[in-house]
Design a protein around this ligand. Sequence first.
Ligand SMILES: Nc1nc2c(ncn2[C@@H]2O[C@H](COP(=O)(O)OP(=O)(O)OP(=O)(O)O)[C@@H](O)[C@H]2O)c(=O)[nH]1
Ligand SMILES: [Mg+2]
Length: 301
Amino acid sequence: MRWLDAVREGLAKTRESLAGHLNALVGRQLVDDEFWERLEETLIGADFGVTTSEKIVADLKIAAAQQNLKTADAVIRVFKRDVADYLRHPAMAPVPPAGRPHVVLVVGVNGSGKTTTIGKLAAQHSREGRTVLLVAGDTFRAAAAEQLAVWADRAGAGLVRGAPGADPAAVVFDGLAAAQARGTDVVFIDTAGRLQTKHNLMEELKKIRRVCARAVPGAPHETLLVLDATTGQNALSQARQFTDAVGVTGIVLTKLDSTAKGGIIVAVMDQVDVPVKYVGLGEHIDRLRPFDPRGYVEALL
Ligand SMILES: Nc1nc2c(ncn2[C@@H]2O[C@H](COP(=O)(O)OP(=O)(O)OP(=O)(O)O)[C@@H](O)[C@H]2O)c(=O)[nH]1
Ligand SMILES: [Mg+2]
């Protein structure tokens, strides 16, 4: 399936809901205070977030004045044309691994889709002829390593896991040693999404980072934060917390196929200074795509 087709399909719910609201606005004709209010409500309803929605409306008001836009239709057209500007980071096609092993640390709250995303990424790298190793850094939940093992099988990747309850940082160290010994190209480190406290989780992730750097120079080369799009604005606060704690280099936004609120991606990229690099569009191994702002906006509107 082509990129845009998959994204269009994943964003069908968002698109239908947004189109319905925007069409109702176009039907109003007049660009008055009520129009602006309803446009802002529509954007907030699609999870663009209050701050970003206010910013978009303020910018559109300026454009409307400068370009003398008199009809709702004309304003909506400008909105559709310009909304991609809020996705400021340039096209973030994932770079092929530079050093060896290329170490990717994957973090995020429980249930966001970390393990699934690792499986999908591992499959892509395998298919492109790279050797891949998955490291089960989530030793907190008993079934976690089991789930990762299933994905390793599917993706044709190796797996390093510790005993249940083992120190995750030690498992990570062993995993990276194994990767170096085997000459593995890419390593994905799965981590816990929940510990006894959020403080513990962040401290553990920091420790894992330190161990990575000690085991492989420059590692982790990438720290991906996985966010569940269906959690809406909550994803935004998670993005801030993880970014502050562990230095996230890229975001994966999952479950865009099961929400009507795809505007969240615009809010994240407008308000957190980290690029969205991939979007998850379903549970299947094939349903992960590199993020392309233009294509995304085309699929959204
Ligand atoms: N619809 C949909 N479901 C997804 C997507 N990505 C993951 N899921 C589902 O979300 C659920 C949680 O995914 P996991 O990969 O187990 O999440 P996790 O972050 O590893 O969770 P913990 O290990 O508990 O921290 C699973 O049922 C996945 O199939 C997606 O892009 N779309
Ligand atoms: Mg998991």
